[in-house]
Design a protein around this ligand. Sequence first.
Ligand code: PMP
Length: 407
Amino acid sequence: MRAFDIEQIRADFPILHQQINGQPLVYLDNAASSQKPLQVIEAVDHYYRTDNANVHRGVHRLSQRATDAFEASRSTVRDYLNASSDREIVFVRGATEAINLVAQSFVRPMIVEGDEILISHLEHHANIVPWQMLCEQTGAQLKVIPMTDTGELDLTQIDELLNSRTKILSIGHVSNALGTVNPVKMLTEKARAKGIPVLIDGAQAVPHLQVDVQALDCDFYVFSGHKLFAPTGIGVLYGRQQLLEAMPPYQGGGDMILSVSFSGTIYNELPYKFEAGTPHIAGAIGLAAAIDYIQQFGMEVLAAHEHHLLDLATAKLQAMDGVRIIGTAKEKASVLSFMIDGVHPHDVGTIFDQQGVAIRTGHHCAQPVMEYFDIPATARASFAFYNSEQEVDALVAAIKKTQELFG
Ligand code: PMP
């Protein structure tokens, strides 16, 4: 185990050491995408310098090395999520693609008009739109678990919402807009007790919590590598083997077949059945390097530091006049959404940028959450383990500067 030393950790992230508008960069947009440590950059670089070739098809040395590294990455992910087999780990482009895959390959064949799909009011658009599309295609209905003023799920009607018409519960683990940690284990238990399959959107959870898919007992778990300190364009669909076996392929092409003739095609075994075309080999290798990086410290250690930053920032913002925090759930992970009285969040973002502070402003691809609070957008600071207490001070200073400029 490597000791948690914030200066040493920051030294691993080259991008953090630059000036923006003459100020040191303070990167607080981690919920949108995270930065990459040297270990990830070097793993990708090493792959392209020494092993680059297409996987699974070649007998030559480079292809074998590329295949070994790609499949070793799958094992690293399997181990990290505590899935029971490598066959349950499908490499995809990201959480969005994984949800679309499950909607079309798992739910579509078994859903008919009048059936229901259950999501929540807190979802990212990636966990809303694929289901709306499926509803349009099949006449099924989208049902929504409501939310409360604190930005938590309102579970008073959950027993009725999970009913005999429900074909899937698809629920976010952590809200990207507010940081709320949802009680996914309890919801999974409830759903599965009624025979309802469960997908968990872990895009915002995997960077902040240790996830164990067997302990959660969910059927599908999805996330994107780029939020977990890995490259963009690589993500993971975990699926229970029995379910994946029974599902038809999502896309057709190379790698997902065993044999093709004009009279018919025999599909490949898991997980390749769902990996049509040349995969993002370097991305998978980078993802494994990112997981190895996290495991040097242990996720609990990193999460404890992030929690400390979130608590510190929350207390400081609560103490400021004219600042309102949106989303005050009891259990939160790394996200602080806020409004500054009299200033549009987009102006907040622009003034912050002049101070070198990178935050996200907008609806965060969660427009129903904005509608609930009757606001067009929020300013959102989101922390990673490489952020420091000084950066929380920079956030506070940027808010003060914004308030000064807007009188
Ligand atoms: N779900 C949540 C909760 C997210 O935060 C995001 C990314 N903002 C996604 C899904 C979609 O991830 P991607 O765009 O990487 O597919």
